[in-house]
Unconditional design. Structure first.
Lengths: 436, 427
C-alpha cells in the first residue's frame, strides 16, 4: 500500500515538473504560424524570442485588447476605432494585409487583462497587440505577452508602474515588450508641481488621493517633483464612496498648505470642493484637480471657480502621422466611418501606436522570394525601443528603454467661470511637453 | 476590566474551544491597548503642541455630530423594526435614498421657480414633507408586499427578502431617474456662513442639521413613550400575541412602525442632501450599513441607543483618523516600562489563575500569559523610541469605526445602552 502511495506521489511530481517545464518553455513554442513549416528561410535565423512566419497571401495578425464592455466601453471602443483607421490608412505591410481579428475585452480590470492576454497568446501567429485601455488590465496582461515574445503597445495606459520612474528604475509592472504612446503620469504630476512651485511661487502643498493606483501614482509623482523643486508636501487619502470629508480636510488644514492637488474623480472631488468652506484654515488655499475632474459636471459647480486642473492637452494642431494624416483628418475619417464625433480622448494615441507597430514590423520583416514574411520578435522589440523622431498625430514619438514613447503635452487649465464650461476647458494657463 | 465581561468558558464539545478563548482574550487586550495608546498619544501630542488647533477639533466634532445625527435618524428605523419584528430590514437604506431622491425633484423645481432662494424656510418644509411622505410610503409598501406575506416564516427568510428588496428599490430608482448624480441646488447664502454660537464659530448648515435631527428624534421619543400608539408599539415589541389579546391591531402597529421609521429616514435623506448635495440610486447603501452598525452599537431595539450609537459612530469616523495619528507619539521610556511592568503583572496573574486549574478560567489565564509575554517584549524592546507613522489615515476612517464597533461589542456584546428585545427573542 505505502509503496503504491509513493509511486502515486512520484507520478504527481512528474506531472508537476512536466507542467513547469511546459510553462517555462513557452517562450520558444510560438515560433511559427499554422500552415507553414519550421524550416527557416535561407538567410533568416529566428532570434531568442522566435519569429512569426507569414505565408504568401496570408495576413499579418495583430490584435486589440481594449475595454469594450461595461461602463468604460466608450473608452475601448474609441481606441478600437483608432486602430481600425490606422490599419486602413497604413495599407499593406510588405505585400501582406493586416488583420485585426476580433478585439478582446480587457474589462478594465486585472482579471480581464489576464484572460484577454491568454486568449491572444494562444494564437501563436499574433505579432503585436494594441492595448490595454486600463492600466490595471495592462499590469496583468504585460507579463503574459512578454513571456510569449509579443509586443503590447497602449494608447491610454498612464500608470508609471508599467514603465519606469523616468529616472532609470523600472516600474513594478514593467515587462520587456511593453510600450505606450500615452503619457506617463509622472509627467502630469511633475507638471502640476512645476506649475505650483515655479508659476504660482508656492512652497507648501498637500496631495489627496483616493487609493486608486491612478490617483495615488499622480499624487506620489506630484509630491516627489514638488519636493525635488524645494517645496514640502504632505499626502492624504480618502476612499471611493466617502461623502463626509470633514476629517481629511481638517487634517489637510492642520498642515497649513498653500496648494492642494487632488487628482481624484467625481463624486469625491465634488464633496471635497463643496465642503472645504466649512473647515477653518483652508480659506486661501489654491486647489488643483486633474483630468478625472475635467468634466462638465465638475467644472459647472459654483465652488470650482478658481480651481486649476492638470491634464493631457488634446489640441494636436497640424502634427502629421507618417501616414500623412493629421488630427483634423483623423476626426473627419472617424466621423465618416462611425457616424459620430470621437467618443473619448485616446483614439489618436492608439492610431499612433498602430502606425508605429506596423512601421516597425515593416522595418524588421525579412521577405523570402515567394513572398513569405519572417518577423523576428526580438528584432521587433529592439526596433520599437530604438524609436526616435517618429512623426505621430499626437506629436513626435521617442521611446525610452522602458517603453515610454508618448509625445503628450500636459497643460493646466483654470476654471474662471463655472457658468461657461467650454471657456474653462480652453483656458490653458500653462503647458509642459515631455520630449521638448 | 476586560476579563469581567468574558463569557464563561466551557471546556466541552459545545463551548468555544480553548484556542478561540485565548485568541479572543488577546484580541480584546490588543484593542484596548491600541485604543489607549492612540488616545494617550493624541493627548500627549496635543500637550506637546504638535496636535490640531482648537478650531480644527471644533470642525471635527461639529462635522462628526452632524454626520452622526443623520446615522442616528436612519438607525431608528432599523432599531424599531428589529424591536417589533426581530429582523434587520436591509432595505431601510434605500428608504432613506428614496426620500432624498424625491426631495431632489421638489427642491429642483422650487429652485427653478425662485422659491428656494426667496422663501427658503417654506421651500425646505415642502422638500422635507415630500421626502418624509415618500420614505414612509416606500417603507410601508415594502412591508406590505415583501414582509407581511412572510410573517411567521423563519427569521432568515425576511432577512434575505430585505436584501432583495434593497436591490429592487435601488434599481427601480435607477430605472426611473437614471444612474447619474442628482445635484441639489446650492443653499441660500445665509446657510453657508458661520455663526457664533456658545462662543463657537460653526457652520449654519451643520448646526441646522444637528438641530433638525435632535428635534425629530425628540418627537419620535415622545410619540413612542407618550402616545397611545406608541404604547401599543411597545406592547407589540414586548409580545405580539399578548398584545393582540389585549385588543391591539398588530398589523396596524407594524405598519405604523415602518411608516414612522421611514419618515425618520426621509428626514435624514433631506439633511444628507443639504449637507452633501448629491444623491443617486446607490446613495442609501453605505449610510444604511453604517446606520445599522450604529443601531447595533447603541443596542439594537433601543431607540435612545440608536441615536447615541449614530452620534458615536459619526464622531469616531471624523476624529478617529486624527486620533490614529496619536500612534505616532514617541513613547517616553517610562511609559514603555510601565506597559512592560503591567504586562508582566498580567502574565503573573495568568500563571496564578492557571495553577488554580479552574477550567473556566484557563482560557483567560492562558490569554493573559500570552499577552503578558508579548507585552513585556513590546514594552522593553519595541516601544522605547518607537514611532509609527501611518500615511493617509483618513482613508482608514471606516476601518477605524468598525474596529471600535467590534471592540465595543467584544467587551459589551449588548451594545452601549443594551438591547431591548421581545420576550421570545430573549429565550
Amino acid at each position: 500500500m505505502s509503496r503504491r502511495m509513493n509511486f502515486r506521489h512520484l507520478g504527481v511530481l512528474v506531472i508537476v515538473l512536466a507542467l513547469f517545464a511546459a510553462a517555462c518553455g513557452d517562450d520558444d513554442s510560438t515560433t511559427t504560424t499554422e500552415g507553414t513549416t519550421t524550416t527557416a528561410a535561407a538567410g533568416f535565423t529566428p532570434g531568442p524570442l522566435g519569429a512569426v512566419t507569414v505565408a504568401p497571401g496570408a495576413p499579418i495578425e495583430i490584435r486589440a485588447l481594449q475595454a469594450i464592455s461595461g461602463e468604460v466601453a466608450f473608452l475601448g471602443t474609441d481606441q478600437v476605432r483608432g486602430i481600425e483607421l490606422a490599419i486602413q490608412d497604413f495599407g499593406q505591410v510588405a505585400g501582406h494585409d493586416v488583420s485585426l481579428g476580433t478585439p478582446e475585452d480587457d474589462l478594465c480590470s486585472a482579471e480581464g487583462g489576464q484572460a484577454g492576454a491568454q486568449a491572444i497568446v494562444a494564437q501563436a501567429n499574433v505579432v503585436g497587440v494594441i492595448g490595454t485601455t486600463c492600466s490595471g488590465a495592462a499590469a496583468a496582461a504585460a507579463p503574459i505577452f512578454s513571456a510569449a515574445g509579443m509586443v503590447l503597445i497602449s494608447g491610454s495606459n498612464t500608470s508609471p508602474s508599467l514603465t519606469s520612474d523616468l529616472a532609470g528604475t523600472a516600474g513594478s509592472n514593467y515587462y520587456a515588450g511593453y510600450y505606450r504612446t500615452a503619457h506617463n503620469d509622472l509627467y502630469q504630476g511633475a507638471t502640476a508641481a512645476r506649475f505650483a512651485y515655479e508659476e504660482l511661487g508656492l512652497t507648501t502643498a498637500a496631495g489627496i488621493h483616493d487609493g486608486d493606483p491612478y490617483t495615488e501614482g499622480l499624487v506620489t509623482a506630484f509630491a516627489n517633483a514638488f519636493t525635488e523643486l524645494g517645496g514640502t508636501v504632505t499626502v492624504h487619502a480618502v476612499n471611493k464612496g466617502d461623502t463626509d470629508m470633514t476629517g481629511v480636510l481638517t487634517q489637510v488644514a492642520a498642515d497649513a498648505p498653500e496648494f492642494v492637488y487632488f487628482p481624484i474623480f467625481q463624486p469625491e472631488g465634488d464633496f471635497i470642493i463643496q465642503q472645504k468652506g466649512g473647515i477653518a484654515g483652508l480659506e486661501d488655499v489654491v486647489w488643483m484637480g486633474a483630468d478625472g475632474l475635467i468634466t462638465d459636471g465638475f467644472l459647472a459647480l459654483p465652488e470650482s471657480e478658481g480651481v486649476y486642473f492638470s491634464g493631457p492637452d488634446l489640441r494636436f494642431g497640424t502634427n502629421a502621422s507618417a501616414t500623412g494624416t493629421n488630427y483634423e483628418d483623423l476626426v473627419a475619417a472617424y466621423s465618416a466611418a462611425y457616424g459620430e464625433a470621437p467618443i473619448a480622448a485616446f483614439h489618436a494615441h492608439t492610431y499612433d501606436a498602430t502606425v508605429l507597430l506596423l512601421t516597425k514590423i515593416m522595418e524588421v520583416a525579412v521577405q523570402d522570394a515567394d513572398g513569405t514574411l519572417h518577423i523576428d520578435r526580438q528584432a521587433l522589440r529592439d526596433a520599437l525601443t530604438a524609436t526616435s523622431g517618429f512623426a505621430g498625430v499626437t506629436g513626435t514619438l521617442a521611446c525610452d528603454a522602458f517603453g515610454d514613447c508618448g509625445a503628450q503635452t500636459i497643460s493646466v487649465i483654470l476654471d474662471e467661470d463655472p457658468t461657461d464650461v467650454a471657456a474653462a476647458k480652453a483656458n490653458v494657463v500653462y503647458s509642459f511637453a515631455p520630449n521638448a | 476590566m476586560a476579563s469581567r465581561a468574558l463569557p464563561k468558558l466551557k471546556l466541552n464539545a459545545d463551548g468555544p474551544t480553548l484556542a478561540v478563548e485565548v485568541f479572543l482574550f488577546a484580541l480584546r487586550v490588543l484593542l484596548v491597548f491600541f485604543a489607549t495608546w492612540a488616545l494617550v498619544g493624541t493627548i500627549a501630542l496635543q500637550v506637546d503642541g504638535q496636535g490640531l488647533t482648537a478650531t480644527a477639533w471644533r470642525d471635527l466634532i461639529v462635522g462628526g455630530l452632524a454626520q452622526g445625527s443623520m446615522y442616528g435618524l436612519i438607525a431608528l428605523g432599523y432599531s424599531m423594526v428589529y424591536g417589533v419584528l426581530g429582523f434587520i430590514n436591509f432595505a431601510h437604506g434605500e428608504v432613506f435614498m428614496a426620500g432624498s431622491m424625491a426631495g431632489f425633484f421638489v427642491a429642483d423645481g422650487l429652485f427653478n421657480s425662485g422659491m428656494w432662494e426667496n422663501a427658503f424656510p417654506l421651500a425646505f418644509a415642502i422638500v422635507l414633507l415630500t421626502a418624509t411622505v415618500t420614505s414612509a410610503l416606500v417603507a410601508v409598501i415594502i412591508e406590505r408586499v415583501a414582509y407581511r406575506p412572510l410573517r411567521g416564516a423563519p427569521r432568515l427568510i425576511p432577512l434575505i427578502t430585505s436584501i432583495g428588496m434593497s436591490f429592487f428599490v435601488q434599481y427601480a430608482v435607477k430605472g426611473l431617474v437614471g444612474d447619474g448624480f442628482k445635484n441639489y441646488p446650492q443653499l441660500p447664502a445665509g446657510l453657508q456662513d458661520r455663526i457664533g454660537l456658545f462662543g463657537l464659530d460653526i457652520e449654519v448648515i451643520k448646526f441646522f442639521v444637528i438641530v433638525t435631527a435632535v428635534v425629530s428624534m425628540f418627537a419620535l421619543w415622545l410619540f413612542v413613550e407618550r402616545s397611545r400608539t406608541g404604547r401599543a408599539m411597545r406592547a407589540v415589541a414586548e409580545d405580539k400575541e399578548i398584545a393582540a389579546l389585549m385588543g391591539i391591531d398588530v398589523n396596524r402597529i407594524i405598519v405604523t412602525t415602518f411608516a414612522v421609521g421611514g419618515a425618520m429616514a426621509g428626514v435624514a435623506g433631506v439633511l444628507w442632501a443639504m449637507l452633501f448635495r448629491k444623491v443617486y440610486f446607490l446613495t442609501g447603501f453605505l449610510p444604511g450599513i453604517k446606520a445599522f452598525t450604529a443601531a447595533v452599537l447603541g443596542g439594537i431595539g433601543n431607540l435612545v441607543g440608536a441615536m447615541l450609537g449614530g452620534v458615536t459612530l459619526g464622531l469616531i469616523e471624523t476624529s478617529g483618523p486624527t486620533m490614529l495619528n496619536g500612534l505616532a507619539w514617541e513613547v517616553p521610556t517610562v511609559v514603555a516600562f510601565a506597559v512592560a511592568a503591567l504586562a508582566v503583572a498580567t502574565a503573573v496573574v495568568g500563571v496564578i489563575r492557571l495553577r488554580k486549574s479552574d477550567p473556566r478560567t484557563v482560557g483567560s489565564a492562558l490569554g493573559m500569559l500570552v499577552v503578558g509575554a508579548a507585552g513585556a517584549i513590546w514594552g522593553f524592546v519595541v516601544l522605547p523610541g518607537a514611532q509609527v507613522v501611518i500615511p493617509g489615515t483618513s482613508q482608514l476612517k471606516d476601518m477605524i469605526a468598525f474596529v471600535v464597533l467590534i471592540g465595543v461589542l467584544m467587551i459589551r456584546p449588548i451594545g452601549l445602552l443594551g438591547e431591548r428585545l421581545a420576550v421570545e427573542e430573549r429565550g
